[in-house]
Every structure is written in structure tokens, then in C-alpha cells.
Design a binder for this molecule. Structure first.
Ligand SMILES: *[C@@H]1O[C@H](CO)[C@@H](O)[C@H](O)[C@H]1NC(C)=O
Ligand SMILES: *[C@@H]1O[C@H](CO)[C@@H](O)[C@H](O)[C@H]1NC(C)=O
Ligand SMILES: *[C@@H]1O[C@H](CO)[C@@H](O)[C@H](O)[C@H]1NC(C)=O
Ligand SMILES: *[C@@H]1O[C@H](CO)[C@@H](O)[C@H](O)[C@H]1NC(C)=O
Ligand SMILES: *[C@@H]1O[C@H](CO)[C@@H](O)[C@H](O)[C@H]1NC(C)=O
Ligand SMILES: *[C@@H]1O[C@H](CO)[C@@H](O)[C@H](O)[C@H]1NC(C)=O
Ligand SMILES: *[C@@H]1O[C@H](CO)[C@@H](O)[C@H](O)[C@H]1NC(C)=O
Ligand SMILES: *[C@@H]1O[C@H](CO)[C@@H](O)[C@H](O)[C@H]1NC(C)=O
Ligand SMILES: *[C@@H]1O[C@H](CO)[C@@H](O)[C@H](O)[C@H]1NC(C)=O
Ligand SMILES: *[C@@H]1O[C@H](CO)[C@@H](O)[C@H](O)[C@H]1NC(C)=O
Ligand SMILES: *[C@@H]1O[C@H](CO)[C@@H](O)[C@H](O)[C@H]1NC(C)=O
Length: 303
């Protein structure tokens, strides 16, 4: 129990440090209100990613700066193929997929604790994500810890709401572990609280053994991760996992947003407004019987 307490205290110290970093990264990103409407000369692809409005890669092509996608053609992860890599805003969060249904899939790092490693790095026990505008989907993602005698924690720290949750996986051999099932033996999962935008993950692994040298923790799209006993070694060399964000427009309700017709994002006739179900903000949808992009005027076409 004392070591559990120790890591919680340790985490709080690190959190203060990381909070400083989050605040800095947020400060660089100053919201620029944009009234431009998507223009036909906009480049709507980056590598294999399709980028529908309200997202965009250059000024005049996105709704406001929270929808900026930075397309980096010299990014390291794809250097051999030189495929451009899309990032969310001006950061290092890689974008995997954008859906007009309000989902944004990004890639996040796995926190790892491998005390026996010759180049052991204490800092790898922590990962963080600072998104500011878009909350993490609490219906699509799950917090996951992999390893034996491994404690994983996820903390979220905002001026109005703080939370810490996590799970412990305890076991002394591979017996009882089931591939494809995160049963609490070798792998445990716990839901993500709603309205979380920034989080810090930490992991602590003890009782190191040959079958289980490391512990891991991460937030992952639930259907994108299946536990395998092979993950106990080194997550099969995976460094990142996909995570789903619930993207929204602004921080108002539909009713308040509609009061300002220039700022209202549901531009298409035959479109409807939905309040976000994961914090403030709203989204748009084509009315029943219409399809297309409700954020563009004339974007919803009848079938
Ligand atoms: C759009 O941007 C991508 C990545 O920068 C580039 O490969 C592609 O040629 C561009 N397309 C057009 C039509 O400019
Ligand atoms: C693109 O990626 C490279 C390598 O990661 C980095 O050095 C460079 O600063 C990035 N450029 C932009 C515009 O983000
Ligand atoms: C993104 O998601 C859409 C809808 O779910 C899918 O049709 C598309 O193939 C996905 N694109 C990529 C690059 O995964
Ligand atoms: C959340 O934690 C941060 C950092 O420890 C603190 O500054 C803030 O006041 C806390 N917020 C609440 C609502 O307790
Ligand atoms: C460490 O694992 C061994 C078996 O592998 C077990 O007997 C022992 O109780 C464990 N120690 C702790 C502190 O969990
Ligand atoms: C899980 O799958 C891997 C690879 O397919 C296999 O090597 C391992 O023995 C399996 N573990 C269990 C508990 O079935
Ligand atoms: C996980 O396992 C299920 C059932 O076996 C399978 O349908 C799914 O494709 C797997 N997902 C991944 C990401 O491997
Ligand atoms: C809502 O967004 C506006 C514009 O970005 C900002 O000035 C305001 O502080 C936000 N309000 C809240 C409650 O976050
Ligand atoms: C309406 O929205 C536009 C664009 O976001 C903004 O420039 C303007 O200040 C808003 N007007 C009011 C009265 O809030
Ligand atoms: C949006 O939320 C507000 C405040 O909770 C509520 O009054 C309104 O009816 C909601 N609008 C829609 C379209 O659901
Ligand atoms: C938006 O419309 C699509 C297609 O009609 C539908 O599948 C989806 O459930 C709608 N979304 C909401 C939030 O109603």
C-alpha cells in the first residue's frame, strides 16, 4: 500500500510539472476567430487523410483555429516514404481520421515502466495529452493497464474539475490470461470520465520477472485494442495507440449559437444543430433525408 501512495504522491509532483507544459502549449495557441467560409482552392487532403470543412490546413480553409490541421511533409514518422503527416493544430498529436459525425481519431503514446531496461527512462512512465478544445470520447475509449503488479493512473486537472482514476493488474504468471480479453489478469480497463480534455497517464510496475518485464498504461479506442500475452513483453513494439475525440464547434449551446447568424456553423439549409453530449459546444447534421457537409452552405443535398 505504501508504494501505491508513493506513486500517487509522485504523480502529483509530476502533474504540477506537466501542467506547466500544458499551460505553455495552450498559450501558444491563441484562438483566432475566423468568419471565412471554406474556399474551393483549399487542399483537402494530407497524405491519406481526408480533411472536410470545418477542418482545414490553411487560413481561410478552417472554421477557427481549433480546426487547424498542420500538414507536415518532412515529419520523421514517415520519412522513408515521405508521405505527409497531419497534426492537430500546431502540436505533435497525429490525426488518423476525421469524421463529420463528430469523431476525430488521433494517435497517443503508451506510458511504459521497464525497470530492467539498460536505458531505463523514468520519464517514459508518464504521458500527457493537452487538447484544450476537444474532449476525449468517454463512450469510445477506455483506460487500459497491461502487465502484472502494475498500477496505471489517469488524472485530469482543470481549474473547475479534477479527477484521478485507474486500475491495478495483479498476477504472478501467465496462467489465467486470455488473449482478446482484458480480464483483470495481465490487463485491466476502466472507463474514462466525461468532459476530459487534458490528461496525464502514469504507470508503475513492480515485481519484475522474465515473463513480465514491463508495465504499460494508455487511453485507447476500445475496439482498437485486444489484449495479447505477447503485449507483456514490449507491447509488440507498439509505441502509439488510437484514441477518439468528440470534436465540437465553440462552447455555446445551439440556441445561443443561432443568435449570431454570422458565427453559427450549421451553414447548410436542411441542417440541424445538436448540443454536444460531452461538455460545451455543438455540432451540425444534415436533416433526415439529406446528406453531405452541414458546415457548408448548400452542403446538405437531398437523396
Ligand atoms: C495537398 O497537400 C498535400 C500534402 O502537402 C500534397 O501532397 C498535395 O500535392 C496537395 N494537393 C494539391 C492539389 O495541392
Ligand atoms: C515537421 O516535422 C519535422 C520532423 O519531425 C520537424 O522538424 C518540423 O519542425 C515540422 N514542421 C512543421 C511545420 O511542423
Ligand atoms: C475514416 O473513417 C471513415 C468513416 O468511418 C472511413 O470511411 C475511412 O475509410 C477512414 N479513413 C481512414 C484513413 O482510416
Ligand atoms: C485542480 O488541480 C490543480 C493543480 O493541482 C489546482 O490548481 C486546481 O485548483 C484544482 N481544481 C479543483 C477544482 O480542485
Ligand atoms: C512477486 O511475485 C512472486 C511470484 O512471482 C510472489 O510470490 C510475490 O508475492 C510477489 N511479490 C509482491 C510484492 O507482489
Ligand atoms: C496469445 O497469442 C499469442 C500469439 O498468437 C500466443 O503466442 C500466446 O500463447 C497466446 N496466449 C494465450 C494465453 O493463449
Ligand atoms: C479484436 O478481436 C475481435 C474478435 O476476435 C476482432 O473482431 C477484432 O478485429 C480485433 N481487433 C483488433 C484491433 O485486433
Ligand atoms: C467561449 O469561447 C469564447 C471564444 O473562444 C471565449 O472567449 C470564452 O471565454 C469561452 N467561454 C467559456 C466559458 O469557456
Ligand atoms: C458573431 O460571430 C462573428 C464570427 O464568429 C463574430 O466576429 C462576432 O463578434 C459575433 N457577434 C456577436 C454579437 O457576438
Ligand atoms: C441544448 O442545451 C440547452 C441547455 O442545456 C437546452 O436548453 C437546449 O434545449 C438544447 N438544445 C438542443 C437542440 O438539444
Ligand atoms: C446525423 O445524421 C446521420 C445520417 O442521417 C445519422 O446517422 C446520425 O445519427 C445523425 N447524428 C445525430 C447526432 O443525430
Amino acid at each position: 500500500m505504501s508504494s501505491l501512495l508513493e506513486i500517487v504522491l509522485l504523480q502529483q509532483q509530476t502533474v504540477k510539472l506537466l501542467l506547466g507544459i500544458l499551460v505553455i502549449s495552450v498559450a501558444i495557441f491563441v484562438a483566432t476567430a475566423a468568419t471565412e467560409v471554406s474556399n474551393s482552392s483549399c487542399n483537402r487532403t494530407c497524405g491519406s487523410l481526408e480533411i472536410p470543412y470545418p477542418f482545414g490546413t490553411s487560413e481561410g480553409c478552417y472554421l477557427d483555429s481549433s480546426f487547424l490541421i498542420t500538414c507536415n511533409s518532412s515529419s520523421s514518422s514517415n520519412s522513408e516514404t515521405s508521405t505527409p503527416t497531419p497534426f492537430l493544430r500546431v502540436g505533435n498529436i497525429e490525426v488518423l481520421n476525421i469524421s463529420l459525425d463528430g469523431e476525430l481519431r488521433v494517435s497517443t503514446y503508451i506510458a511504459r515502466d521497464c525497470p530492467q531496461e539498460s536505458n531505463y527512462n523514468f520519464n517514459n512512465r508518464y504521458t500527457s495529452l493537452g487538447l484544450r478544445e476537444f474532449p476525449i470520447s468517454y463512450t469510445k475509449n477506455v483506460f487500459t493497464t497491461v502487465g502484472c503488479d502494475t498500477l496505471g493512473l489517469i488524472g485530469s486537472f482543470a481549474s473547475d474539475k479534477n479527477s484521478t482514476t485507474g486500475c491495478v493488474s495483479a498476477c504472478d504468471s501467465i496462467d489465467g490470461m486470455v488473449n482478446g480479453s482484458c480480464s483483470g489478469i495481465g490487463c485491466c480497463q476502466t472507463p474514462i470520465p466525461n468532459e476530459i480534455k487534458d490528461f496525464i497517464v502514469s504507470v508503475k510496475h513492480s515485481n519484475v520477472s522474465e515473463f513480465n518485464p514491463c508495465g504499460f498504461a494508455f487511453v485507447v479506442e476500445e475496439k482498437a485494442y485486444n489484449f495479447s500475452t505477447l503485449d507483456l513483453q514490449n507491447m509488440q513494439d507498439k509505441e502509439v495507440v488510437p484514441l477518439v475525440l468528440d470534436w465540437v464547434v465553440g462552447n455555446q449551446t445551439c440556441e445561443d449559437a443561432k443568435k449570431n447568424t454570422t458565427g453559427y456553423a450549421c451553414k447548410a439549409a436542411n441542417s440541424e444543430c445538436y448540443n454536444s453530449t460531452n461538455g460545451p459546444g455543438y455540432r451540425c447534421n444534415c436533416s433526415l433525408g439529406y446528406h453531405g457537409n452541414p458546415y457548408l452552405s448548400g452542403g446538405c443535398q437531398g437523396t
